[in-house]
Design a protein around this ligand. Structure first.
Ligand code: AKG
Ligand code: FE2
Length: 306
C-alpha cells in the first residue's frame, strides 16, 4: 500500500474504531537492546525531572533513548494519521505489570482530570472531537495471559464516565474483584465515576491487543480500554507515549500535578513538538533530545540515517 493509502486507511479506522494497529516499530534486536538500556538507565536515575516519580513519568524529558522512542518516525507517521499535522508529546510512562498483578480497570479519559477535579488537557477548539492519542509499545511479548491491553472498538463515541469527579487515592496496589478478575487503577477507581452505576462493558465486544516485542498500538483515551490481570510468571513491560493536538493546552494554570501518590512540580516540564509546528504560545514546547553517538549504535542504523 502507498504511504498516502495507509494514512487514509488509518485515519478512517481511527475515526470509526478509536485505535490503530498493532503495527511493527522496533526489530526484535532493537527492542531487546533498547528495553535493557532503558531499564538500566531508569534504575540508575529513578526520578528524571521530578523529585519523586514512582511511576517513571516523562523519562523522554531526560533520557535521550526515551526521547528517541517518542519521536520514532513509524509511530509519528501513524500518530499524524490519527491527530493531524501539528502534534505534541505531552507525557510518557512505563507500564510494567508484575506476575499476579491486577489488570487495569476499564476506563476512559478525555481531558485527563486524573482524579484531581481539574483537566490536564484543555482543547482550545474541537471540544467534542478526538485530540489525544496514546502509542503503547510492547517491550516484551504481551498476551492475554500476561496482561495485554483490551479495548471496546468504537466505544470512544460515547462517554461512560464523569471523569471530572475527584477520586481518593487508596494506595498503589488497591484492587477489586470484578466478575472473577482482579482489576484496579493504580490506587484509584473508576467505579464511582460511572454515569450509570449499573452499566458494565459487554465482554463479548472486547478486543484483546496482543503484541509481539517491538509492536505498538495507538488509541484515543476516549476509547474504553484496560488490561487483563497478569496470570503469568512473567512481568509485562509496556511504554506509553501520549500525544495531543497542538491546539490543546497542557496542564493549564497548574504548577504541579499529583498522580499515583506523587506530587510532581511542573518547573522543568515541557511538551515536545513531535509533528509539524507550534502555532500557539499556550504551552512550553521543546524539541526531542539528540541521541548520543554511543546510543545510536543501539538503534539499528543510527539516528543520523533516519
Ligand atoms: O497498561 C495498562 O494496563 C493500561 C494502560 C492505559 O490505560 C493507558 O496507557 O492509557
Ligand atoms: Fe488509560
Amino acid at each position: 500500500m502507498t504511504a498516502t493509502g495507509q494514512r487514509e486507511e488509518d485515519a478512517k479506522f481511527f475515526e470509526e474504531f478509536g485505535y490503530i494497529g498493532p503495527f511493527d516499530v522496533l526489530t526484535p534486536d532493537e527492542v531487546q537492546k533498547i528495553g535493557a538500556n532503558l531499564r538500566r538507565q531508569v534504575r540508575l536515575s529513578p526520578n528524571g525531572i521530578y523529585p519523586e516519580n514512582s511511576a517513571n513519568h516523562d523519562r523522554h524529558l531526560d533520557l535521550p533513548l526515551a526521547s528517541w522512542l517518542i519521536s520514532h518516525p513509524t509511530i509519528l507517521g501513524r500518530i499524524e494519521s490519527a491527530l493531524g499535522t501539528d502534534v505534541l508529546c505531552w507525557r510518557s510512562s512505563f507500564f510494567p505489570k508484575m506476575p499476579g498483578e491486577a489488570g487495569t480497570e476499564w476506563h476512559q479519559a478525555n481531558r485527563f482530570y486524573e482524579f484531581e477535579g481539574k483537566p490536564h488537557l484543555f482543547p482550545t477548539k474541537n471540544e467534542n472531537g478526538v485530540y489525544d492519542a496514546t502509542a503503547w509499545l510492547a517491550l516484551n511479548r504481551v498476551t492475554k495471559k500476561n496482561a495485554c491491553l483490551r479495548v471496546i472498538p468504537g466505544s470512544h463515541k460515547k462517554q461512560y464516565f464523569d471523569e471530572s469527579r475527584p477520586v481518593q487515592f487508596e494506595g498503589r496496589d488497591a484492587s477489586m474483584e470484578v466478575k472473577g478478575e482482579r482489576l484496579g487503577f493504580y490506587g484509584y477507581s473508576y467505579e464511582g465515576m460511572k454515569l450509570d452505576p449499573n452499566w458494565a462493558p459487554d465482554p463479548r465486544q472486547e478486543c484483546a491487543l496482543e503484541l509481539e516485542p517491538g509492536q505498538c498500538v495507538i488509541f484515543t483515551s476516549r476509547l474504553l480500554h484496560g488490561s487483563y490481570p497478569n496470570r503469568s510468571e512473567d512481568v509485562r513491560l509496556g511504554f506509553a507515549a501520549r500525544y495531543c493536538c497542538e491546539y490543546v493546552k497542557v496542564y493549564p494554570d497548574a504548577e504541579t500535578f499529583t498522580m499515583f501518590g506523587d506530587t510532581m512540580p511542573l518547573d522543568n516540564y515541557s511538551t515536545v513538538l513531535t509533528v509539524g509546528e507550534a502555532r500557539h504560545d499556550h504551552n512550553v514546547v521543546s524539541k526531542p533530545l539528540p541521541l548520543p553517538a554511543a546510543e545510536q549504535k543501539l538503534v539499528g542504523m543510527g539516528a543520523a540515517a533516519r
